[in-house]
Design a protein around this ligand. Sequence first.
Ligand code: GLC
Length: 649
Amino acid sequence: MTPEARSLFVKIAPTARAALSNLPARDVDVFMLRLERYWQDLFDGLEQPYNTRADFEKFVTSLVERLATGYRARPEELKLLDLERGLTPGWFQDERRIGYVFYADRFAGDLRGIEPKLPYLKELGVNYVHLMPLLKPRPGPNDGGYAVEDYRMVDPALGTMDDLGEVCAALRAEGISVCLDLVLNHCAREHEWAARARAGEEEYVKMFHTFPDRTAPDAYERTLPEVLPETAPGNFTWDEAMQRWVWTTFGDYQWDLDWSNPRVFLEVADILLYLANVGVEVFRLDAVAFMWKRLGTDCQNQPEVHDLLQALRACSRIAAPAVIHKAEAIVSPDNLIHYLGTHSRYGKESDLAYHNSLMVQIWSSLASRDTSLMTRTLMDFPEKPANTAWGTYVRGHDDIGWAITEEDAARVGLDGPAHRAFLSDYYSGEFPGSPARGEVYQLNPQTGDRRISGTLASLAGLEAALESGDPLLVEMSVRRILLAHAVILGYGGVPLIYMGDEIGLLNDFSYLQDPSRKDDNRWMHRPPMDWKRAERRNEPGAVEERIYGGIRALIEARKRTPHLHAATPTHVLDPYNNRVFAFVRPHPLGPLVAVHNFTEHDQRFSGDLPRSQGVYDFHDRISGQPLIIGGVDTVRLGPYQTVWITNGS
Ligand code: GLC
């Protein structure tokens, strides 16, 4: 510990002990050991944002009291899980870890409906579920639950906090971890904090970024991008009640919290521990890039964001160490790696982060049948800390934004804006011959950017193929869906399968009938589970069976392949064929080379590709078969085929 950190620790330690006085001595010791172990991380994370204030010590004391209180309230069963996770800190990195993402109502009606669906989850091999936002949202439009009115209450339409606790316990008993959103960049205008601010309580006004006139907002706007140019132009909203402008990045009813106010940190840490004690094991920290504002910048990815994330993770490690944090930072490739912690924050910031760049590159290569950009971009991606993992995904509840930098595009001879425009044209189905059935989400007239909505299956051409009735087109779209899953299952991290993708659910337009949703076409790719179609996963030859069976086979192959543990690095290789994407996972058991064909035609790669990595006796872990080396020492890949090659079985 640095002397500054040590001296504060010595001062505060008695407060922590006092707050735990009624606990058994061993429990107190455990907490104190963790406090000391993570003190430097906590101290370093809080220093930059808050140490200019005279009351820094008071703030840290109050935080430690809250951590101790959270620990005291932690149920015995979860304290045991804390200890267990201390023995297996890499639990989420395991190759057997498989994630599944769903809305409780769309999957199972409500929270109580989830338990009866357990057999379905287990059959697929799932052991991590992200329950989409389910805390009490504001009435009316609520951005799919991302405008929270009360963080300590479950949406009454879905159940109660007790129900959530029971669901977490039931899933935990089956070895399934629950991930929940913690929306911490903003809260709903109807949240008590905002309501009290609007009622004129100064202390609450200070929890938000508010301004008496347009001077500051105009100054900020000069360098601020518009996140939602169509639905929420500008970043500020005039509030009649307060007679002030409020910072509202995502929409007029989502008020950005002012994280430079330590009170905000205290409140959020409290909420986090409260939900951890209900049984949440993974927090998806929403829209973290936006948490800190700085004049003259785009107000994203500021250094203080990384400090705050490190400090929040230290809070969990101290009071509820079974819990891990997942950063939702949908940012450019060069900003992304920092969310897993780089330099002095190496491996201390978030345990998981979405690999948005991998997702974008999958779609880009599928459209262009050219993997050069994917290979180049991912080859140069900095290595992640060994104790962290990516959340790998093909589709989620959000639109796809083409996070491809001009520099990356230029390096493979592409023009950034032109390629992004091509991808939008392709996936909105405007490009001649495109089989994709997506829609544009949020056209930005200033940059020309057009993001895309649509389900995985519809974007991969299944909808159009089924309408055409052409079995070959259907087969190719099924294979595209499987290829995309093979990439996220092999690349390294927790693969996050989005509900319904495993049976090829198509775009759903029922949201247009709902006034609170009709203006947000992201609902087209949030269909309710179609349990009738899910039944067809058992009908040999049915499309659902081919997709589901294919994904399940990939999951099973992954689970018996230790090379795919997330602590094993991923090095992207040049396959000397720009229709193919390849990487190696150098594992102590021997290397695994994954090769993917991104086209509907046969492709070949040289036998030297695996050999150069130390694989000589080609065995495919997916098919379980040896690979045949053909003419001129090449291996053939069928349309959209993936192989995971290791030395023998
Ligand atoms: C995240 C969510 C998205 C939401 C936004 C604002 O990006 O994934 O759905 O609209 O944050 O909360």
